[in-house]
Design a binder for this molecule. Sequence first.
Ligand code: ASP
Length: 586
Amino acid sequence: MSVDWSKRKATAQLAEMAAGDTVLLAGWVHRHRHHGGLVFFDLRDRSGVVQVVVHPENPAFALAARLRPEWVVEVRGQIALRETAAVNPKIATGRIEVVPSELAVLAEAAPPPISPSDEGEIDEGLRLRHRYLDLRRPQMQRNLEIRHLALQTARRVLTEQGFWEVETPNLTRSTPEGARDFLVPSRLAKGRFYALPQSPQLFKQLLMVAGIERYFQVVHCFRDEDLRADRQLEFVQIDIEQSFVDREDVIALAERLTVALVREVAGWEVPDAFDRLTYRQAMDRYGSDHPDVRFGMPIEDLKQRAEGGVVPFLAQALGAGERVVALNCPARLSRKQVEEMAERSGLALAWLSVEAGETKGSLARFFDAKGAGAWGVADGTLLVGHGVGDEFLQQMGGLRLRIARELGLIPEGRHQFVWVTDFPLLEWNAEDGRWQAVHHPFTAPLDEDAEQIESHPAQVRSKQYDLVLDGNEVAGGSIRIHQRDVQERVFARIGLSAEQAAEKFQFLLEAFRYGAPPHGGIAFGFDRLVMLMAGMPTIRDVIAFPLLSSGADPLTGAPTEVADDQLQELGISVRPPAAPGRPDPA
Ligand code: ASP
């Protein structure tokens, strides 16, 4: 007999219904048990679970007893109130149960290699190998729902602000984000390759030249990088570009979008506008360009105190042009703890604490308790480092985070956004012996710094802005260069001759000859933002079909070898991989 599926209720709808109401349900057997002569099973659908109870006198009893986890079943039955002692406040339908009048098996299931009702740790390779089972887990369904809601909110907010969603191609040529490209061989033009976009950067700028004024796209981007915990080779951006704007306009739009997302989707309380730090401030105070500002313990500059010469080697370090800085850790650390932290941060740390009126630590001999107090030491430990450059500050920043994690200083459930602005425009690439763009070569310099592009490249700040959430970069963008002469000077500074620039970006530069409006934009790392909103430890948890961090896909087996005739058609021959330790055969 055919079923009228339009009558089917979601289990979550049952929470509102009354005892005696009849319902049609369908879903998967979540948990199944015999208890006191009865059969109980939880029926799971996308909306949740409901308990079904089958008494021995019920005609469906024999079938109910035979059910196994993950079988697909159809249940018609009546809602009954559970006895008080059996109420389960943890689930929405915990007040009720369903007594079936009819039960049918729609599909049997082999014993599943991973169980959707298992709430413990499951090996990730196995989860991805059977992702369709993993995605049945209520937590994973919730993650995909959050992702869906976030997408819809983003589309709504941007549409309300007058943005058009425009798609840009995947088969294109190299873009300027500076990672390795994924190449796609062309069959029609043998020996030539498309590059999958690292971002739609050039196309969105072309759309500004084309007069679209306000563009956005939910777009897949591809970067062939070594994978870390929060990266995928293929990831999704909410990509935005706008004409006739300055930095403040893009920041205001991004705040509007972010606030709507986290308030509506995650229910977080956040202010309408976020705090800001310049890159310099972020590095000096937190030793990071994506600082976690949910807790204090900033890096303190000890220059003035160290100048006094109380600690001779620190005064010497200052004299040698080093920086002397400290973290004032709010707990008294043991020698062993300090040594471990120093080793893991790669820092030579000096330290000082006061206990029962006595100074302790490697700096103890230079201070009595009063002197230590004057250096800010109270109930905790002063950890002092010295060194040069931003790399040293980054080590101190790493130490700051490590201490915070170990001492539990990061407030659970609190979330804090911060903008980082005024990044350097250029950075020195020691390996290649040349300057390179920190963001990408279309990022505009600050007007007041532009004249130093040739004379003091390291001093030039840019109109780049990054949005940071709880220590994670979640969006980044910039105001672009739209004057030809400035663009040429930046290209020259990063060692791109006019011919090389023309060869790489010819179509963009040509377009700019025909009237380019001032423009700028931003791109949100959507996976990461959703991960943080869902409170998940990795972006793989909020992507339906991600790759393992090795780049492999245990589900489909990708990447795979391909048949010889496929290669032949593409005009490609594959070199055997080099034996370890041997150079690649030519
Ligand atoms: N295309 C840049 C990126 O992917 C974002 C931007 O500048 O808008 O990082």
